[in-house]
Design a protein around this ligand. Structure first.
Ligand SMILES: *Cc1c(COP(=O)(O)O)cnc(C)c1O
Length: 367
């Protein structure tokens, strides 16, 4: 059996350190906030190369808090990609702003920067690019457009821990960045978790206060906020796992290279922008006859996924936007061809071969 991701296998590989990290949080009773959260925040900020990291309850809240603290709300529009998980546009609506979906690029699956300026108008306040599948969006082009039109840039880096654009880490490429530590992400907790990263002192301070009831100290509240905090157990687990992130990502990259080499003649393999470090949160191929291929793999015990079967503008949740298929000529046909195949650091060489052999034969027989 080959799973898409294997959290148990990963736990077994670092069991001693995880168990003792959990024990020390319980021993210290530092459950919300406290030294374990502070330690992880410091280490993750240093890893990404930014001044501030604020732990929050999950990636969706990281996005919401960022937008809100950047002053984005009613009357504003935010540009984002049609190819992501619903958490991305949900945060825009929750902040009170209007979503402007832009088609994705045919090769990288990231927001198509060549189509972005058409969607900019007087109300546009920000761009929310997603580093989809673990590959940074074309941030140089995005930042140039943002500068020209005076827009904020918020990175959705929830799938891209440890990835790089040119010489900078994802998380250090815009006004602020949002990470999710959902268990299956490249850096995942044992429950929900998230973080906001920024070099902006004021924004960091506001985000930290808003995420914790707008407080400065225990009962001194400057404004109303919400409760979305990273807890001590998750932080301690993340601190242990952060030490392995580069090794795990490099193993993913090694597997991707093998897949690329073996599969390129059979299916469309991922395209990586020059100068970018893709960390393969997902390894997404394109196949004709996807249903048949997925079933043939499932019959051999190999899991696959589809990220995502319905482009965001065409989810029922967004039917009110009345989007036209013809405005999304890339993502619409792609959504019926993309297939995510097993990708995680714990895959053995034998399992990688098993995927390759079975995928080749599935595609050969009608893919
Ligand atoms: C996982 C994910 C999120 C949301 O993260 P949660 O921690 O589950 O709230 C947001 N955007 C993208 C692209 C994601 O993959």
């Amino acid at each position: 059996m080959v799973k898409l991701a294997d959290l148990r296998q990963q736990y077994l590989s670092i069991r001693k350190d995880i168990d003792s990290a959990i024990a020390s949080v319980v021993e210290d009773c530092e459950f919300v906030g406290g030294k374990h959260v502070e330690s992880f925040e410091k280490n993750f900020a240093r890893y990404v190369g930014v001044k501030h990291c604020t732990g929050v309850g999950n990636g969706s809240d990281a996005l919401f808090v960022s937008l809100k603290m950047l002053g984005i709300g009613p009357g504003d529009e935010v540009i984002t990609t049609a190819n992501s998980f619903i958490a991305t546009p949900e945060a825009i609506t929750r902040a009170g702003a209007k979503i402007r979906f832009v088609d994705c690029d045919k090769r990288t699956y990231n927001i198509d920067v060549s189509k972005m300026e058409k969607s900019i108008n007087r109300k546009t306040a920000a761009i929310l690019p997603v580093h989809i599948y673990g590959q940074p969006a074309d941030m140089q082009a995005i930042n140039e457009i943002a500068q020209k039109h005076d827009l904020k840039v918020i990175e959705d880096a929830c799938q891209a821990h440890g990835s790089k654009y040119k010489d900078k880490m994802s998380g250090n490429l815009g006004d602020c960045a949002c990470f999710s530590f959902f268990p299956s992400k490249n850096l995942g907790a044992y429950g929900d978790g998230g973080a906001i990263l920024t070099n902006d002192d004021k924004l960091a301070m506001k985000a930290r206060m808003f995420a914790n009831h707008g407080r400065i100290s225990k009962y001194d509240h400057e404004f109303e906020g919400i409760n979305t905090r990273l807890d001590g157990l998750q932080a301690a687990i993340l601190d242990v796992k952060l030490r392995h992130l580069d090794d795990w990502n490099n193993r993913r990259i090694g597997i991707a290279k093998k897949y690329d080499k073996e599969l390129a003649d059979f299916v469309v393999v991922p395209f990586v922008l020059p100068g970018v470090k893709h960390v393969y949160h997902l390894y997404v191929i394109q196949v004709k006859d996807r249903g048949k291929v997925a079933k043939a793999l499932a019959d051999k015990g190999i899991s696959t996924g589809i990220h995502y079967p319905t482009p965001l503008p065409f989810l029922r949740a967004y039917s009110y936007l009345k989007q036209k298929k013809s405005d999304f000529p890339n993502v619409v046909p792609l959504s019926s061809r993309i297939l995510s195949i097993p990708m995680h650091a714990e895959l053995s060489d034998e399992q990688v071969n098993e995927v390759i052999v079975n995928l080749k034969s599935a595609v050969g027989s009608g893919g």
